[in-house]
Design a protein around this ligand. Structure first.
Ligand SMILES: [Zn+2]
Length: 185
């Protein structure tokens, strides 16, 4: 998995490439780009944060469901139209793409990216990012998990992610300077 910073920037890039200035869409795109990792939350509730990580929340099927639910729930996004749905789905999909190209230290390796069509866990043949160092044992408790997240290794992971994503952020900001697609504010 990548850091939340990488996923946040990816959501922002999708939003900027869409050419919108709708603030609701910006916030929703960033949240959807990060939200597959909300699968830590049920694990945190039982003091085993990793237990449910990299499940079906990391799939295109979940992306369709979440993008549709958020689009239907927020009138501001419905006013933008179908384009907003695609921005939400694309933002979610960036999470899958980034995690797909990241390392994974515990089986089943990768993510079930094609669920529900296919349950197979898939990952790239080699990682392009360092990935976050965190406890991989499924029974690791929250303190162990947090302790490993605070490892200095993760600063290097953030630096490499910034290196990868900076050109995309720069290109997105240049491309949409003055863009107005779907604006509602
Ligand atoms: Zn993830």
């Amino acid at each position: 998995m990548a850091t939340p910073l990488a996923h946040t920037l990816a959501g922002y890039v999708v939003y900027r490439f869409a050419g919108s200035r709708d603030r609701t869409l910006l916030v929703a795109a960033v949240v959807l780009a990060v939200c597959p990792d909300f699968d830590f939350i049920p694990g945190l509730l039982i003091d085993q944060p990793v237990r449910f990580h990299h499940g079906i929340s990391h799939s295109l099927g979940a992306g369709v469901a979440v993008a549709t639910a958020v689009w239907l729930a927020l009138p501001a996004l419905r006013r933008v139209g179908a384009r907003a749905w695609w921005v939400l789905f694309a933002a979610f999909a960036t999470h899958l793409g980034i995690d797909f190209w990241g390392p994974d230290q515990r089986p089943p390796y990768g993510i079930p990216i094609l669920w529900p069509m296919d349950d197979t866990y898939r990952m790239a043949p080699f990682p392009l990012i360092l990935g976050v160092r965190h406890a991989n044992e499924i029974t690791a408790d929250t303190m162990t998990w947090v302790g490993q997240i605070l490892h200095p290794y993760n600063l290097a992971a953030v630096a490499l992610e910034l290196l990868w994503l900076s050109p995309f952020v720069w290109a997105a900001k240049r491309r949409t300077r003055g863009g107005t697609v779907g604006d509602s504010d």
